[in-house]
Unconditional design. Structure first.
Length: 695
């Protein structure tokens, strides 16, 4: 590498051509950058005492030792924006001088400036032009350089043509001489690279180390193309990268996210959004030799077509497209790396379309059930990134189901009882997925789906803070508690186009007025019409019906226990969670059973992540893992809390240290609960165990 300080115009002087390679992004400077450079040049030209003005570096390759043309061609890898803008200023000066012959710049004519710095005078092909831009910019700059015949066209590059017009408008009789003097004083760092010795990518990265100029996708494109010969760059760009950009169209902003998901799919690890380029390079270094980057580009293009079908609704198979749209509505972006792998297998005929559709339903149902049950979503990216490694190609669908069914703790697939319980009490009105939920309930088995965007959410029992007296009467003496408990829940929500007409009217009027529930064509309002009054009982009954319908839409996967057992690596005691039930415990009867039921309800209400597993000797309450195990005894319930004894806060001193005693259950803290015990106090101890686990 050779770097020297040089006058800018010396770059353009002589027989030569600077080429912007195909992998470089197009010219992108806006008016702001152009105006600043123009003013800087003019200012230095106006000051007789100023001898120079530094404008950065221009980095380029020496010509090929076996050139195909007599004009030396230099491949520019950095400095395109400044180089192009100054060429546009020179073209503006030439055009101004040509149309204003009375204006003189020392002893130089417009022809001399034009033929010295902008064109190679005796050439007739594309080597005529000192600067050859890339893609769409190229043709526009060539037309601008035809001083005699230039005409604007609808195909012009917007940035080239608009900036040329903008800069031309800034030039006038009083400043053109000073502007040209300023260009003569411009100085650059002239960096010349030698083919075969200098690594253009490393130099390029150091010049763009701030990451502000180029996106992660830009860096990857350059990495794939930069080391190739010019003809190969053109071939790879047109064959793969340009087609990929066309597929993304006006949603090109998704391209870096696709590459991130692609790297996640390939490596099983999720790169930081700002480090996708580095992660991609590391991946390639382990997969492809540098000379085989065409294979890498081809594979990237292949998966990008899958991504566009999954994410940008470009799937041609209607049934698949519908499933993809549901995943988009639920915003399950974290599953895209997994879907890329599955789509590839689908294309390779490793699974049928019916299996693919069921897999998409499992992903949808898993995420939606977790949303309703309040399970954390920040771990979904890791969950989905690990699922594919558990898929058996010979039993694709079965192994996929098993992978989900065997997840435990906060990674679990909520079962019907948990999903039903949470769906009934969930604040649906303030749920991000509420429209999706109501749309699915409304359109279940409809042949002509309803677009719920044409409707608004209606609270059957109104949410007005100034609650009308007739609604208080409708709900009964406990109206305040009923309103607080059920206002935003599923049982009290529906859809209507007559929200303002229904307003806070009495329930009987909401049913019978024009546009009311009795005349509504919506399926969601059938259960509302059936009610004579709207009270707690009516809300609960309607919620039960909608929950039953929900269980048909968002299903829990099913596998025979013996099949599931084949995929499990757990102990035989936990191989099948449903092996035992309440009836299998000898002492869970009569008053002790009633006591257990009260305890179970209270523990489950502590946190939505809590669930139950019935073991042979005890009942486990779990979140991430066991936090409270209940051993039924003849006269009491013996509880084991999964925490260190020294960490329990027990003012009453009812806990016992059982470390190393070999008792059933998990943990070092034991506490008894009988009919005379303080349930509230025991619950506080249980919460301590859960909170330590969650923390």
């Amino acid at each position: 590498m050779e770097a020297t300080q040089a006058p800018f115009l010396s770059l353009l002087d002589g027989k030569k051509q600077f080429i912007i390679p195909i992998y470089q992004r197009t010219y992108s400077w806006q008016y702001t950058q152009c105006e600043k450079l123009f003013k800087d040049i003019l200012a230095v030209g106006q000051k007789a005492t100023s001898s120079s003005h530094f404008v950065g570096s221009v980095v380029y390759f020496l010509p090929d030792p076996t050139p195909t043309t007599s004009v030396p061609q230099y491949l520019v890898i950095d400095g395109q924006q400044r180089l192009t803008t100054i060429v546009l200023i020179l073209l503006s000066i030439v055009r101004f001088l040509k149309h204003n012959p009375y204006v003189k710049i020392e002893d130089e004519t417009w022809e001399e400036i034009f033929e010295t710095y902008l064109v190679n005078k005796h050439r007739t092909d594309n080597t005529k032009y000192k600067l050859l831009l890339t893609r769409h910019d190229r043709d526009t700059l060539i037309r601008l350089s035809e001083i005699e015949n230039y005409k604007t066209t609808a195909d012009d590059s917007i940035r080239i043509s608009e900036n040329f017009t903008f800069l031309s408008d800034l030039i006038n009789t009083s400043n053109v001489t000073e502007l040209y003097q300023g260009i003569k004083k411009l100085v650059v760092v002239d960096v010349i690279l030698e083919r075969g010795k200098d690594n253009p990518q490393l130099i390029f990265e150091s010049l763009n180390s701030t990451g502000l100029d180029l996106s992660q996708a830009d860096l990857i494109r350059n990495y794939i193309l930069m080391g190739q010969a010019a003809e190969k760059q053109e071939e790879l760009y047109n064959k793969y990268w340009f087609r990929m950009e066309q597929d993304f169209g006006d949603q090109l902003g998704y391209l870096p996210w696709f590459i991130r998901d692609y790297v996640t799919m390939k490596t099983g690890t999720i790169p930081n959004a700002a480090e996708v380029y580095e992660s991609y390079k590391r991946f390639l270094s382990g997969q492809y030799k540098p000379k085989d980057l065409e294979t890498a580009a081809k594979e990237l293009f292949t998966y990008s077509t899958f991504y566009c079908r999954i994410v940008l609704s470009k799937e041609r198979i209607a049934s698949l497209n519908q499933k993809f749209r549901e995943i988009q509505k639920l915003r399950i972006e974290t599953c895209y790396p997994l879907l890329l792998s599955i789509y590839y297998d689908f294309e390779q005929n490793k699974l049928s379309i019916d299996d693919f559709l069921e897999i998409l339903s499992i992903i949808r149902d898993y995420v939606f059930r977790r949303v309703i049950c309040g399970l954390p979503t920040n771990s979904l990216n890791k969950i989905f990134a690990s699922i594919y490694s558990k898929v058996d190609p010979d039993s694709y669908l079965i192994s996929f189901k098993a992978a989900f069914l065997l997840m435990d703790g906060q990674r679990r697939f909520p079962k019907d009882d948990e999903f039903s319980r949470e769906l009934k009490i969930k604040d649906i009105y303030n749920l991000r997925a509420r429209n999706y939920l109501l749309e699915c309930l409304e359109n279940y088995k409809r042949k002509e789906p309803v677009n719920i965007e044409n409707f608004t959410i209606e609270h059957i029992m109104p949410q007005n803070k100034n609650f009308p007296n007739y609604w208080r009467t409708e709900l009964g003496t406990d109206w305040e508690n009923i309103k607080d408990k059920y206002l935003h829940t599923l049982g009290n929500l529906t859809l209507t186009s007559y929200n303002s007409e229904l307003s806070d009217r009495p329930f009987s009027e909401k049913k019978t007025i024009g546009g009311g529930f009795n005349s509504s064509p919506l399926n969601l309002n059938e259960s509302v019409r059936e009610a004579v009054v709207w009270n707690e009982d009516s809300i609960v009954k309607r919620a039960d019906k909608l929950v039953d319908l929900s269980l048909q839409i968002w299903k829990y996967p099913s596998l025979p226990k013996e099949v599931l057992g084949e995929y499990s690596t757990a102990t035989s005691d936990s191989l099948v969670e449903d092996k035992y039930s309440v009836s299998d415990y000898e002492y869970l009867k009569d008053e002790i059973l009633d006591l257990y039921r009260k305890l179970e309800k209270r523990i489950l209400n502590i946190d939505s992540s809590v669930h139950i597993e019935f073991k042979k000797k005890y009942i486990a309450f779990k979140s991430l893992t066991n936090f409270c195990d209940v051993i039924p005894q003849k006269a009491k319930l013996r509880l084991t809390l999964n925490m260190k004894f020294e960490k329990v806060i027990d003012p009453k001193g009812i806990c016992k240290n059982i470390e190393g005693l070999g008792r059933w259950g998990n943990g070092d803290v034991e506490v008894g609960l009988d009919l005379s015990s303080d349930l509230d106090y025991v619950l506080e101890l249980i919460e301590q165990s859960l909170n330590q686990q969650l923390d």
